[in-house]
Design a protein around this ligand. Structure first.
Ligand code: AN7
Length: 360
């Protein structure tokens, strides 16, 4: 009989910091596919590669794993409203989980710098949306200040409940493979998810489910790469708007994760991100938003420098769905718009346009 996935809190109750009588607000998040990616393994010269396809979550990104925990606990504390700063995915998720809980959500987004798909999700789920004249880092500063002084509960990843929920991504990888990969690769913005996967692997190690923690490899966009330059960046810039973050909230957690796991941080150009975005959709069959291709782009860059060991088993988390920001798929390598050809509804003409030869 098919097993109906019950959401990450019920599936991993005994491993999460939540009391058994806490209300559970869930949309069935988690249980996402671990997709075999032989084309990526071949490209980077690894033994095997998988994509943890987080676009398959209810609101189309990994944020839902953390939001089920954060909103459930907010409701448990009696909160009537939640607030977040967001480059788009956190706000989409917060708005959906607040709707499910029957409470208000307030979202602060950088004006003009979030994708239409994500903005439409926040509107659809009836969030109170304010576009702030500033970047994500300004929005987060505001959200923190408001939550400290007003009756509104903060659900950004500075709230440890978010990290706690997101660590289930690592649990699922281990449950699916039966072991930990050699490398785990992710895109990095605030480094909440990077830190969360590390926490999950660390707990699996302590529980004896695995015998080593994967090297944690985190990649940012070059114009927005505080971990590579070693300090916050005042004016982050990249087409990968989800990770256009200059002052990562989980700085210390991430540095610890990198050090303990023997991992690394790196940066790739917007062009390298878009190239990998296309490779994943065309050669692997997984459509992600550009930011989500940043980890795989970094892995490819490292492989070209001879830094990926031949026998490696690699998991790459692809964080958000391609439909979040579909315009990038409709451009070719040079940024020129791609428009399907129009034809009349006649078989002969269609066949000619397609270059089909007659069957014998
Ligand atoms: C697709 O929604 O920060 O390193 O406000 O949407 O945990 O921040 C989104 C981040 C990667 C980076 N991929 O994760 C927000 C937000 C996608 C994302 C990241 C984000 P973190």
């Amino acid at each position: 009989m098919a097993h109906l996935w019950r959401g990450v809190i019920r599936e991993y109750m005994d491993r999460l910091d939540i009391k058994s009588d806490n209300p559970i607000i869930t949309l069935g998040e988690g249980g996402t596919p671990l997709v075999q990616a032989p084309a990526l393994a071949k490209l980077v010269g690894a033994e095997a590669a998988w994509l943890k396809f987080e676009g398959m979550n209810p609101t189309g990104s990994f944020k839902d794993r953390g939001m089920t925990m954060a909103v459930s606990k907010a409701v448990g504390h009696g909160a009537q409203a939640v607030i977040c700063a967001s480059t788009g995915n956190t706000s989409a998720s917060a708005a959906a989980y607040a709707a499910a809980a029957g409470i208000q959500s307030v979202v602060l987004v950088p004006k003009g710098k979030i994708s239409l798909g994500k903005l439409s999700q926040a509107v659809a789920h009836k969030a109170q949306i304010l576009q702030v004249k500033g970047n994500f880092d300004d929005c987060l500063r505001l959200a923190r200040e408001l939550s400290e002084n007003y009756a509104v509960h903060l659900v950004n990843s500075v709230n440890p409940d978010r990290i706690e929920g997101q660590k289930t991504g690592a649990f699922e990888v281990v449950d699916a493979l039966g072991y930990a990969p050699d490398l785990h690769v992710l895109p990095v913005g605030n480094a909440g998810n990077y830190s969360a996967y590390f926490k999950g692997y660390q707990e699996d190690l302590e529980a004896g489910r695995i015998y080593k923690i994967p090297q944690m490899w985190g990649y940012q966009a070059e114009g927005s790469a505080p971990f590579t330059v070693g300090h916050p960046v005042a004016k982050p810039e990249t087409i990968a708007t989800a990770i256009r973050i200059g002052n990562p909230a989980s700085w210390d957690l991430a540095q610890n994760a990198r050090e303990v796991s023997g991992g690394r941080f790196g940066a790739v150009t917007d062009a390298e991100i878009l190239w990998m975005h296309r490779f994943l959709s065309q050669e692997v069959g997984v459509f992600v938003e550009p930011s989500s291709a940043t980890g795989a782009a970094g892995l490819f860059k490292a492989s070209k420098a001879g830094e990926v060991a031949a026998g490696s088993k690699i998991v790459v988390t692809v964080t958000g769905h391609g439909l979040k920001d579909p315009m990038w798929a409709l451009k070719d390598e040079r940024g020129k718009e791609i428009k399907p050809t129009s034809v009349s509804a006649k078989a002969a003409e269609v066949a000619e346009r397609l270059g089909l030869s007659k069957s014998s």
